[in-house]
Design a protein around this ligand. Structure first.
Ligand code: ZN
Length: 228
């Protein structure tokens, strides 16, 4: 980038200038890059992540625009009645026919922290109530004996696990599997402190695998109840 840019003093004009620099760099590297994207998008991956500015899916997986179809919300919650999310999921599975759905949460997630501490922040309390419900459901893995940071980390992970299960149980994924469409769900957790993604072992390609993968993922917590 050639434009001076101070993230503490952001002007929209600078964003537009940076956009021009970026587009020029992309064309310099690959003259047909944008021409190819105009005709169609063929992403293999559908990413369900947190809105957090530190977790941009394409950048942290070192991919390019056109590679990942994305839905993000506060704390990567998958709710069975969220029509915005369900519409994106249906488009990804039925129209784009993605092969992989990645639910990726992240450690130090503010939304998870608010739910964990039962803080009141406003309207979003109603959204984050889903995570409080998850907390209650898996309380035995989040005991008071754990150090505070370990409980926080664990709830970030369990929130991903619950969201991944909810994706599997959606009518859209159920119908896709029923008609024999290849579709695999994954559960990941990203470390904002080190830039690394952890695979939480929730790789699920059929109904038969759901309960086994859930048990295996949760068993890890029983074996190491006082980690960190
Ligand atoms: Zn977050």
């Amino acid at each position: 980038m050639t434009t001076d840019f101070d993230p503490n003093d952001i002007h929209l004009e600078q964003l537009l200038l940076r956009n021009r620099d970026w587009a020029a760099e992309m064309v310099a590297e690959d003259p047909d890059y944008f021409k190819r994207l105009v005709t169609q998008q063929l992403p293999k991956y559908f990413w369900i992540g947190c809105s957090d500015s530190r977790v941009p899916s394409t950048q942290i997986t070192n991919l390019l625009p056109g590679d990942i179809f994305v839905h993000r919300n506060v704390a990567n919650v998958v709710s069975h009645s969220d029509l915005s999310f369900l519409s994106v999921l249906q488009f990804a599975v039925d129209v784009l026919r993605v092969r992989h759905i990645i639910v990726s949460g992240h450690y130090n997630c503010s939304g998870v922290h608010v739910a964990l501490m039962k803080q009141r922040i406003g309207l979003a309390d109603n959204w984050l109530r889903h995570i409080q419900d998850t907390h209650q459901k898996y309380e035995r893995y989040l005991g008071e004996t754990l150090p505070a940071q370990a409980r926080y980390d664990r709830l970030c992970e369990i929130n991903v696990i619950e969201s991944a299960i909810n994706v599997c149980r959606s009518t859209i994924v159920q119908d896709a599997w029923l008609r024999g469409q290849e579709l695999t769900i994954h559960g990941w957790a990203y470390g904002v402190h080190d830039g690394l993604i952890r695979d939480l072992g929730m790789t699920i390609s059929s109904n038969d695998e759901i309960s086994t993968k859930l048990e295996q993922s949760l068993a890890r917590y029983k074996e190491t109840p006082t980690e960190e």
